[in-house]
Structure formats: C-alpha cells, structure tokens
Ligand binder design. Structure first.
Ligand code: NAD
Length: 551
C-alpha cells in the first residue's frame, strides 16, 4: 500500500499560487482525515475518485508542479492528458470526468471502460478536488431538514424521529442536521469502521447494534423533546422492513447509502463490508443481483412507511431509480429533496460555496468568519450558521468553511478575501469553490432538476454553459462531469475553483467568476419561469431583454 502524500505547507511546490492552490486542494481531498478510502484514491460517494490510479495521480502532481503561468493542464477522467499554451488569465486546469456519449451512458458500458483503464467515476467534488469533508454538505442538509420542519412541523423537529442510513462522506452530515432542529436521528450504517470514525469525530452521539434498543432510546429522547443522534449498526434493507413489521414508525424517512452505484456503493443484506468487497471482486454479476434484491426490500419499505404517514424523500442517491429497476411500483410518488425543499433558494442564486485556507492556518478561517459577520451583519441566518459551525464542526484536512451565499454575498466574498490576503491579514491565499449542486450548474432529472416548472428536467445545456462561462471568466479550475450523486446516465454537472492570492489579476477573475456563476442559477430558473428568478434576473439585468434597464 502507498503512503498518504504529505503536503508541505511551508514552501511552494509549484510556480505560482494558482497551480499551488489547486495542487494543495488535490492533496487535501486525498488526506486520510478527508477521504473515505484514500488508499484507493476514493474521496466519497461510493467510488468517487480524485485520480484514475496512482500513476495518474503522480503525473497530475508532476504536471501541476511544472505548469507555467500561461499554460493549461487538461485532465480527462482523473488522468493528465495534455498541456496547452493558453494565457495568464485563462483557467490553469480544465477537467472533464466520466463523460460518455448519451446512447452509451449506462453503468455496464462505464464499468467495461473503467476496467480497461479508460475512465473513472468522479462523483462531484472528488474529481474536481473541491471536497472538504462532511462540512461541505452540512448546511444543505441542515436547510433540507429545516425546510421539512417548516413545511410540516411548525419549524422544529422537536419530538420527531428521523430514520435514515449511510454514515459516509455526505451521509455523516445527517445526525448533526437533525439534532440542530431538535430531532432524534437513527442512522443505519452497515460498516462498523464508519460508525467508529463518526463517533471519534463527534459526528454522531451514540452507537447501538439493535433496533429495539435504538428505538427505545430514540423514543425516550423524542418524548422529552431532546435532540439525539444514534448510529445503528445494521443493513438498511433489513432495518426498514423490520420497523414496519414491529410497528416502529418514524416521522421522517430518507436514505444516504451510496445506492446510485449498486456495485461499489451499496451493500446487500447478509454481507459484511469485507464479504461485500470479496464478492464484488469474485462475482460482480452475483453482487449486482443481490444488491437489486436488497434495494427492492429497502425501496418497498420506504414506500410503505410513506403510506403509513411518514414524510419520505429521496436524498439524492437515486434510490428511487434503483428501486424501480428492482420492480418496486409507485416509488416515484416519493419526492426528491431538491424539488421538495431546496429549489426556492437555489433558483434565486443562493448556493453552497466553500472557502479553504491554503496556508493550513485555522486562524485564516476564523478571521474571515469575523469579517463576513461584520460586513454581512444584516444576514441573521449567516450569523447563526457561522457560530454553529465554529462550535460544532471540526475541520477535516485544510481548514475550510462551507456556507450558502447569495449572488451579492459571493461577489463580496471574493473582494473581502482579496483585500485581507493583500493586506497580510491572512497567512496565505484562499481557494473559493462550490458544490456541484447549485442553481445553474447541474442537470439531473431525478435530483436537482426534477419537476421543473417548464418540464426542462433533462435539458443538459445549463451545466455546459456554466462550465464554459466560468472558463471564460477566468476561474483557475473548471470541471464538467457526469453521473455525480445519482450515477451514470443520470446527471451532468459543473464545478469551479478560484484561488485568491491578493493580486489584482486574481481579484478581477474571482469577482467575475463569483458574479457569473450564481447568475447561471438565476438565468436557468428565470428561463423555466420561476417568479423569484425572473425578478432577480430583471433586477440584475441578466437576460437579453433586461439589458439597458436602469439598475
Ligand atoms: P459514501 O460511499 O461515502 O457512504 C455510503 C455509506 O453507506 C457507507 O458508509 C456504506 O457503508 C453505507 N452503506 C452502503 N450500503 C448500505 C446498506 N445497505 N445499509 C446501511 N449502510 C449502507 O457515500 P456518501 O458520500 O455519504 O454519499 C451517499 C449518497 O448520497 C451517494 O449516493 C451520493 O451520490 C449521494 N449524494 C448526496 C449528496 C447530498 O447533498 N445529500 C450530494 C452528493 C451525493
């Protein structure tokens, strides 16, 4: 087994901060505290990888170290394939991951090509080197449960029991998100090592290995109106039907196993993680058959829990698509988390931004927290959020902050960071990046773009325009990927990163990108007829017919 690659934060390994920042982000997503399986280059989300293999990783690192300020590195599904002459304000790195011609975009074809070493699964922020651990999706998860509470329980989950599964890279945000709203979470996880890891990082309150005991404790806390999170060691495809059989009926049900990938992300019943790994290698067809059988039980139980009155939603892992393949009828009556809870916010340009201290100094993040709170004092949610994460979230790898910011706040962020770096108020440059789940950066008809007002769910021009726009505006890294969240054939999405090092060029490019990027979310939703987006587009002069308006 290779060793984790050490990041030397005391000296520059590349020629300039643009390349250096990207290099540090790449090593960061593979840091043992950040990646779910750094040994396999797997960052999160089933098999979401940062590089195709060790040799490709070494080549990417070599290329980044030698890349000049007027060159651009091309990365094709985790492998550095070329360097082109560009110019100093162009993107330093362009990434395309897991793309297949649409008529070939099936898991079967993907796996054949992957086994021949021609591609890799990049998830969303794994292949674009923007993952920051659980914190990256925490606010989205909190807001999802918050909106669910607003819509159904007068704004609180106090006294409510949430049943979910998966304590992986994304799923581990669930316990804290339920607790922050006062609820009790039971999260089923099949891998004892994941349970231990989440307990060690205080990402979950207690661990249990029997549904009876977990249900008793959950009920005790719910009756008293106290928050708690319980990791329940077990298989979701067994525990969900057991809840039904024993009339243990949670108020809310969802799932964050990596069900989008039935071979590498989902573990069928009666298999331990080690047995699953062995069967996956020795007989993948048998594995897939057993996964589908388990998904059938799992999906059917979710549907029946909904029929018994639970609020049930798909948490972005395509469990409904898989359950349909497994023969579960009526599964599409369960909504996706975006159409049910997040679209109103995404449609007006508010989305998941994250910033990372490339110096490795946590004080840089706290100094930025302080400055944002001062300059955005009118935003009470931001105030609550920053104080909450300061208190409850440990940094994983390089110190970072994840936060949902709107159009004006994103532009202000670029300028605040640039000013502080230039003045020497921070110990080093900052990378600003975002999740691929944003208003204008993704097409996923069973997730982000499910049930669009104008029926444009499957139109994938938007993420492509988003990537082209960010490259035009001079982002340091732009990525365009396929299959993140929901799997091959199910999504196209784009990411971007800017490295703000205090220079005028970086500030100019970062400001352009952080203005254009949320504009895409507004434009996409205005085009689909969302009223809030139409108004925002008019106000900001974003559409051809809004040009020339007095702003
Ligand atoms: P991950 O691979 O890091 O973790 C999945 C976890 O599920 C693992 O710990 C695994 O042991 C567990 N698991 C697998 N099968 C199980 C079973 N049958 N019963 C109980 N536990 C089981 O994945 P992740 O990064 O946490 O992502 C989870 C899913 O959410 C993925 O499908 C991913 O694509 C999707 N996703 C969600 C979001 C979001 O914003 N919520 C964003 C991106 C992706």
């Amino acid at each position: 087994m290779h060793k984790p690659i050490e990041m030397n934060l005391d000296k520059m390994s590349c020629r300039s901060w643009s390349q250096e920042g990207i290099y540090r982000l790449l090593l960061n997503v593979l840091h043992p505290d950040v990646a779910e399986r750094w040994q396999d280059l797997v960052v999160y989300g089933g098999n979401g990888k940062a590089a195709r293999n060790l040799e490709s990783l070494e080549t990417i690192i070599y290329a980044l170290k030698n890349l000049r300020d007027d060159e651009t590195l091309l990365v094709q599904s985790g492998k550095a394939v070329g360097v082109i002459q560009s110019h100093p304000e162009a993107a330093r790195v362009l990434i395309s991951s897991s793309q297949l011609v649409p008529s070939h975009a099936s898991w079967e074809e993907f796996r054949t090509l992957e086994s021949r070493g021609l591609t890799m699964y990049g998830q969303s922020t794994a292949a674009s080197w923007a993952y920051i651990g659980m914190q990256g999706v925490l606010q989205g998860t909190c807001d999802t449960f918050g909106e669910l509470a607003n819509q159904n329980f007068e704004g609180t989950l106090k006294g409510k029991i949430v049943l979910s599964s998966g304590l992986g890279g994304m799923g581990s945000a669930q316990p804290l998100a339920v607790e922050i709203h006062g609820g009790v979470a039971i999260i089923v996880e099949v891998d004892p090592d994941k349970v231990t890891r989440r307990l060690r990082n205080s990402e979950v309150g207690v661990a249990m290995d029997s549904l009876d005991k977990a249900w008793q404790l959950a009920t005790d806390y719910a009756v008293k109106g106290l928050p708690l999170s319980i990791a329940l060691l077990g298989n979701a495809a067994e525990v969900y039907p057991q809840c039904l059989r024993e009339n243990k009926l949670p108020d809310i049900v969802t799932d964050q196993t990596a069900a989008h990938d039935l071979l590498s992300g989902y573990i069928p019943i009666l298999l331990s993680p080690t047995e699953a790994r062995d069967l996956r290698r020795s007989d993948p067809e048998q594995y897939l058959k057993r996964s589908l059988e388990s998904i059938a039980r799992h999906g059917k139980a979710m549907l029946e829990l909904a029929q018994k009155g639970a609020i049930v939603f798909d948490y972005g892992n395509n469990i409904r698509g898989q359950a349909e393949r497994a023969g579960v009828e009526g599964i599409w009556s369960i909504p996706s988390f975006v159409s049910a809870f997040l679209r109103p916010v995404l449609s007006i340009g508010k989305g998941p931004i994250r910033w990372i201290a490339l110096s490795g100094n946590p004080k840089d993040i706290y100094r930025l927290d302080q400055e944002l709170l001062k300059r955005m004092a009118e935003d009470k949610n931001l105030f609550r959020w920053i104080h909450f994460v300061q208190e409850r979230v440990h940094f994983q790898g390089l110190p970072a902050r994840g936060c949902w910011l709107d159009y004006s706040q994103r532009i202000a962020l670029a300028q605040i960071i640039s000013e502080l770096v230039r003045q020497g108020d921070l110990s080093g440059p900052i990378a600003v990046t975002r999740d691929h789940l944003d208003g204008g950066s993704v097409a996923a008809p069973h997730r982000e773009t499910e049930g669009m007002l104008d029926g444009s769910d499957a139109i994938a021009d938007w993420p492509i325009l988003n990537a082209l726009t960010n490259a035009t505006c001079g982002a340091d890294l732009v990525s365009l990927q396929h299959g993140g969240g929901v799997g091959i054939g199910e999504s196209i999405h784009a990411g971007m990163t800017v490295i703000i090092d205090g220079t005028e060029s970086a500030e100019r490019r970062a400001t352009r990108v952080l203005r254009a990027d949320p504009s895409m979310g507004i434009i996409r939703h205005a085009d689909a007829g969302y009223e809030g987006a139409v108004q925002a587009a008019q106000r900001l002069g974003l559409r051809p017919w809004d040009l020339g308006r007095e702003l």
